[in-house]
Design a protein around this ligand. Sequence first.
Ligand SMILES: [Zn+2]
Length: 183
Amino acid sequence: MPRKCTVCNNPEIDSINILLVNGVSNRAISSQYGVDRGAVQRHKRNHLAELLSKVQEEKAEDLLFEVNKIWSDEQKLLAAIHEELADPLRPGKYSLNHKPEDIKILYVDDEGKPRRQKLSTLLKRLNRIGTIEEVQSRVNFVDEFHRAQLVLKNLIELKIEMAILKKLDKLEKFAEEFKEGQL
Ligand SMILES: [Zn+2]
C-alpha cells in the first residue's frame, strides 16, 4: 500500500526515486533522507518497479501513436504519388512521362513577342479552334475583316504551336528509343 510507505510519503520522494533509478544504494538514501533502510528496500521492490513499468507503458503508447501517425502520413504520400504517376493509357502502371499541365512551352508569336503557355492550355485552344475547314466556314459567316484577321492570327499561332508539339513529340520518341537502346 503506497499510503503506508514512508518513502512514498516522504516530501523528497521524487529525488529519492531518481537516486534509486541511478543505482544509489539503499544505505546512502536511508542516511541522506532519514528513512528506514528496510522501507527503502520495500519501496524499491514494490513501488518503484510499478512506477517504472507505468512510465514504460506510457512511453510505448506514445511510440505507438507516433508510429501510427508516420504510417498514416506515408499512406497519404503513397496515394498522392500513385495519383500523380498513374498512367491513364495503361491501368495499374506508372509512367514518368510529363502530363500536358506540367509542360510549359516557350514560343514567339507572330508579333515577335515571346510567350510562355502551358501545353494543356495550348491543346485546349487547339480543340476550341477546330479544323482549318471549320475555321474557314466561320470566317465566311463573319463579315468583319477584324474578326477574320483575329482568326488568321490564331491560325498562325496554332501553326507555331503545332510545330512545337511535333518537335516535342519527336524529342520524346528519341528519348524513348534512346532509353530502349535502339539508338
Ligand atoms: Zn513506496
